[in-house]
Design a protein around this ligand. Sequence first.
Ligand code: DC
Length: 221
Amino acid sequence: MISIALDGPAGAGKSTIAKALAKKLGFIYVDTGALYRATALKFIEKGIDTNLDCDIDSILKTVKIDIRFIGGAQHVFLNDADVNDKIRTSNVSMMASAVSAKPPVRAFLLDMQRQLAKDNNVLMDGRDIGTVVLPDATLKFFVTASAEERARRRVIDLEAIGEKADYNSVLEDIKTRDYNDSHREIAPLKPAADSIVFDTTGNTLEQSVEKLYEIINERLK
Ligand code: DC
């Protein structure tokens, strides 16, 4: 099976790019952030805040996550409920960043991610796919963009789901999440030594997809 890892910070355009690329390649697109978000939703439902002052293992025992592909699109299920739409709020973003720093949470989601890559040609997007989840991935990309550009894009996404978004607070959230994600002890966000770093600042989505598609075809020859 061919596996392509696409890692990078929040809002670099990874998921939109990965979706379009997977379609062009005929691969399954796996959004691993959605797994952390669905797990985070359970913690929120239990009334826990981002300090995570709780028994993480016992909460994880109440969490069942599945991924199903509906019309080619990934849907994540939390205890058999489709939570795909619920997990996109800012609240869930911050909680996902908090829970993803916890080793038991990462261990809990690791096998599922590896299994998906065993059974399918995948384009997997996340933070540690090239470094931890699929260290032997066929190809690895680290997709990034300036924090300001990422904040502008995030404001547009949030407005599209009807959430009021203030550019400055979105920018602050992005910087906080970058810091959390790249400074945590376990599986921090960083380019794998053998990854191709790709900066999307100033690119349209189409330009990024075309360029990456070219690189992939060249490398997979
Ligand atoms: O990609 P995203 O914004 O949906 O990810 C949500 C959070 O999950 C993000 O703050 C970092 C974390 N995450 C992670 O630690 N490892 C992954 N492979 C994917 C996401």
